[in-house]
Design a protein around this ligand. Structure first.
Ligand SMILES: [Zn+2]
Length: 150
């Protein structure tokens, strides 16, 4: 791989094997970061508090760290909760962004009864993704002091 001579299939096999080999380490790091953010991150606590006000409860039992095969960073399912892809997220700031994004989906599901299932209207799914991306990115930046609000 370092010489650039490995085939595409070989590279995919290498990374798949690495994901399997490091799964326990990746998931432990993800869970430690998740627990820290649930306790200390202003945006995650803000989202968590607002989700609780709507009757929801996102916590260690339904925010799960997993090794993903799809290349995604995370996901929200109203029955399952939030999935964080431990093998694609290494930094806590990245996990904070992904978790905040998925929490916007959870909030929207509770508040506006949105759905992200495959049989949902694609325009509604696109709107939900744009809203979650905008809110989580703007909020994260604001809470970290990157964007100064007046
Ligand atoms: Zn999303």
């Amino acid at each position: 791989m370092a010489t650039g001579s490995m085939s595409q299939a070989g590279q995919e096999k290498y990374w798949s094997d690495a994901d399997t080999r490091y799964s326990a380490i990746d998931c432990k790091r993800c869970e430690d970061q998740r627990d820290y953010l649930l306790q200390y991150s202003p945006i995650i606590r803000y989202m968590s508090d607002n989700i609780k006000r709507l009757g929801g409860d996102l916590n260690k039992s339904n925010i799960r760290c997993r090794t993903c095969k799809t290349g995604q960073l995370g996901g929200f399912d109203h029955k399952y909760g939030i999935m964080l892809c431990a093998n694609y997220i290494d930094k806590r700031s990245m996990l904070e962004d992904v978790l905040a994004h998925e929490m916007v989906h959870a909030y929207d599901h509770l508040r506006f009864k949105t759905s992200l299932t495959a049989d949902e209207d694609l325009k509604k799914v696109a709107c939900a993704e744009i809203r979650a991306s905008n809110l989580s990115e703007i909020r994260s930046s604001t809470f970290r002091g990157i964007i100064k609000t007046v």
